[in-house]
Design a protein around this ligand. Structure first.
Ligand SMILES: Nc1ncnc2c1ncn2[C@@H]1O[C@H](COP(=O)(O)OP(=O)(O)O)[C@@H](O)[C@H]1O
Ligand SMILES: [Mg+2]
Length: 377
């Protein structure tokens, strides 16, 4: 992987070019845009062109001079957090291409302003359609759901097993999966992604990710492996089949956590009852049961028992059997001493003395907000 310094033009200066204070391993084909061009493309970032808001920036729809539509992610100028995520996202995504990953066109660095320019993905995020707050009117049929699961699994297999060094995404969740015009999935948001050196069993890192999708060993001990992504993918799989968010604090406590609910139903051999009712009877019950079991396998307590992403992809495609030896999955709500910090300056911690009911309702409030969280240091 070559390391090219990034140059960008200083505002109001035709001839002067400045070098970014840090060498970013960025591929030669990543274009550097001027902020003027991106301002023009988005009608000066008018609210009407806003596509979405993530934890580290706002995303706008833009039309470039050549007529091409792009999605422009603007990182907040004040936040140091944003700068780190920006440089990280640039270094990870600029060197890789796969049909299930969002494609980076280029970037813009202009004074404090930092932007990433992506291929525009027409049908926004999976979260928007799946959790029913979409204005698009899209309804997922069963085949589409299976294909979305397979596509995300293929994208993750590429990151974990085909790219060198492998990449752990760390924030797989419904709002970070985009859908193109044919509802094919593209994994987005590489702000937290990490290169994973091949000779390591795990890397110790501060915890970052989204509650509800965080693998317990990673949330508790900060031990990151590819299996943390497998865990998040398992939660996502259950969400896609059930049409339910991983956490729903409006339900009674024993129903709130999707993972727990699916496990209980699996124990009573009643997995069918969690399948999304909006599909009416238009789904393959056996296949849906298989997908739910794969979701449970991906969320097993021991990372070693969780399958690799290539195995998951094979199971999803029916190319290999799904093990019947499934144990109780592990849930972050069991964790009483998890310290997290939202990207806003709100400090939040779960005290060890807090009652289980209270602490899990706090976890569910944060989890429902769906924000990416970073452990405080
Ligand atoms: N390429 C894109 N095409 C269309 N919409 C996008 C694109 N990238 C992001 N979005 C929208 O913006 C939201 C936030 O983008 P994301 O990259 O996840 O930012 P953050 O790092 O701030 O979470 C997404 O959930 C989606 O709704
Ligand atoms: Mg995001």
């Amino acid at each position: 992987m070559g390391c090219y310094p990034v140059f960008c033009r200083k505002k109001n200066s035709r001839s002067q070019v400045v070098q970014l204070d840090q060498d970013i391993p960025i591929a030669g084909n990543v274009k550097i845009y001027s902020s003027k061009e991106l301002r023009k493309a988005t009608g000066n970032f008018c609210p009407g062109s806003k596509l979405g808001q993530g934890s580290f920036g706002r995303v706008y729809l833009g039309k470039l001079n050549n007529g091409e539509k792009v999605a422009i992610k603007v990182l907040s100028s004040e936040s140091r957090q944003g700068t780190k995520e920006f440089l990280n996202e640039l270094s990870v995504i600029s060197n890789i291409t796969h049909h299930n990953l969002v494609k980076l066109h280029g970037c813009c660095i202009d004074g404090g302003q930092k932007m990433l320019v992506y291929n525009y993905v027409e049908n926004n995020s999976l979260a928007q359609t799946l959790f029913g707050n979409s204005r698009s009117g899209i309804r997922f049929d069963w085949r589409t759901r299976v294909e979305i699961c397979v596509g995300v699994a293929d994208g993750l297999t590429y990151l974990h097993e085909e790219v060198r060094p492998p990449i752990v995404h760390r924030d797989i969740k419904a709002s970070n999966i985009l859908l193109d015009r044919n509802l094919r999935p593209k994994i987005a948001d590489f702000g937290l992604a990490k290169f994973f050196p091949g000779n390591m069993t795990h890397i110790s890192t501060r915890v970052a990710g989204t509650l509800g999708y965080l693998a317990p060993e990673y949330a508790i001990r900060g031990q990151l492996t590819k299996k943390a992504d497998v865990y998040s993918f398992g939660v996502l799989l259950l969400e896609i089949v059930s049409g339910r968010c991983h956490t729903d604090p409006t339900l009674p406590l024993d129903e709130q956590f999707l993972l727990e609910k699916v496990w209980t139903l699996s124990e009573s051999d009643d997995l069918e009852s969690i399948i999304d009712g909006t599909m009416e009877r238009d789904f393959d019950t056996e296949e849906a049961r298989r997908l739910l079991k794969i979701g449970l396998l991906c969320t097993q307590d021991s990372p070693k028992i969780r399958p690799s992403m290539s195995m998951v992809a094979k199971m999803l495609k029916g190319e290999c059997d799904v093990s019947e030896k499934i144990m109780r999955p592990s849930l972050i709500t069991d964790v009483m001493d998890l310290k997290v910090r939202t990207v806003e300056p709100i400090q939040f911690s779960l005290s060890p003395s807090m009652s289980p009911a209270l602490s899990s309702s706090l976890v569910s409030t944060l989890a429902l907000a769906g924000s990416t969280v970073v452990e405080s240091r």
